[in-house]
Design a protein around this ligand. Structure first.
Ligand SMILES: Cc1cc2nc3c(=O)[nH]c(=O)nc-3n(C[C@H](O)[C@H](O)[C@H](O)COP(=O)(O)OP(=O)(O)OC[C@H]3O[C@@H](n4cnc5c(N)ncnc54)[C@H](O)[C@@H]3O)c2cc1C
Length: 320
């Protein structure tokens, strides 16, 4: 039987992982993307594995677990841009172990003496963190080495491509709104980049308030300080007060943040949906969707890519 021909739309983390998973499942795959990896929302992400502002959910858990395992394995390749980091997460209410605890290795509760008084408890665990630019480039190379083709091209209507392919997979992030999904909205995210400094070692998160996610992410070349969740805000102007507020909140998680030199401010737009759309299209069974991952595009990526492969009736193979 000949290998199915698949066109994947989008070259962010969803498109690239989907295209690799399809290639590993013996498909002939081409990516069409309006913008290359470096220009995507994905390239702006802190890119830490974490179920940001997510209520307990079995489907989410299964996808996040698969992604954790694959990124953990990729971290053994130094060129992947993925490293394992110690993450300390602080909670304002003590609800016991985090619901996603089984995904993360080395998870332990911190002694109360190590928890700042404004928090109720804290857990420490090892999680994958990617330098987004390096990781996306690495994924693109992996895809091309598997025989994939890449074309920079905006697509007005994915349905028209069904004449040329056995399957089309829409991984266009917020771009999917132009294909008619009114359930898709955006949430503005502001992050700061600071130079590395010994004062900050590891990663820290307080995700207790979905309107104000706060995180310090130590990466190989920089430290990311976040963040905000501004629903439907499209302005790219950020006030000094907002920047000061991010630094103030981050300093509560790690006092060393006060010593950092901020070198850059970045604004991105998370593609929000009640749940990611990983499904066959209602009217065209050969059109599949994988978008709307909100603040968890990296955290869910490999799990969602494997689900798309299964939707095609194929068996998924691990990328690492
Ligand atoms: C500042 C910030 C920090 C974040 N931090 C994290 C984090 O730490 N961990 C985490 O898991 N998630 C994080 N996220 C969320 C994550 O970045 C997103 O969920 C993820 O990037 C979405 O990826 P995507 O591939 O679906 O979409 P995108 O990265 O937006 O890629 C979409 C692709 O589709 C293409 N496209 C769009 N329209 C068309 C069209 N008509 N024709 C052809 N191509 C088209 C685009 O050109 C692009 O290539 C963060 C987000 C932001 C903004």
């Amino acid at each position: 039987m000949s290998r199915p021909h698949v066109i994947v739309l989008g070259a962010g983390v969803s498109g690239l992982t989907t295209a690799i998973a399809m290639s590993l499942a013996e498909c002939r795959v081409a990516i069409y993307a309006a913008e290359g990896p470096a220009q995507t929302t994905s390239a702006l992400a802190a890119a830490i594995w974490h179920p940001f502002y997510q209520a307990p959910d079995f489907v989410y858990l299964a996808r996040a677990r698969q992604t954790y395992a694959t990124m953990h394995r990729l971290s053994s390749d130094t060129s992947s841009g993925v490293v394992m980091k110690a993450l300390t997460e602080y909670f304002r209410h003590d609800a016991g172990m985090p619901w996603w605890a089984e995904c993360a290795s080395g998870l332990k509760r911190l002694p109360q003496a190590e928890v700042p008084s404004r928090f109720a408890c804290a857990y420490r665990m090892d999680v994958p963190v990617a330098d987004a630019a390096t990781y996306l480039g690495y994924l693109m190379n992996m895809f091309l080495e598997l025989g994939g083709q890449y074309e920079q091209r905006r697509v007005e209507d994915p349905m028209t491509l069904l004449e040329h392919a056995d399957f089309v997979v829409n991984c266009c992030g917020y771009g999917s709104r132009q294909f008619g999904d009114d359930d898709l909205s955006l949430s503005r995210a502001v992050v700061l980049r600071a130079t590395r400094d010994d004062a900050v070692r590891g990663c820290f998160i307080d995700d207790s308030d979905p309107a104000m996610p706060t995180y310090v992410v130590e990466r190989d070349d920089d430290i990311v300080l976040g963040g905000t969740a501004d629903p439907d805000l499209t302005s790219t102007v950020i006030g000094e007060r907002q920047i000061e507020d991010i630094i103030r909140r981050c300093t509560h998680l790690c006092a060393g943040v006060a010593a950092l030199r901020v070198i850059d401010t970045r604004i991105g737009f998370r593609p929000m949906r009640r749940a990611p759309r990983v499904a066959r299209d209602d009217s065209h069974s050969r059109l599949l969707h994988n978008y709307g991952h909100g603040g968890g595009g990296f955290t869910l990526s490999w799990g969602c890519a494997n689900d798309v492969v299964r939707l095609m009736g194929k068996t998924s193979t691990d990328a690492s």
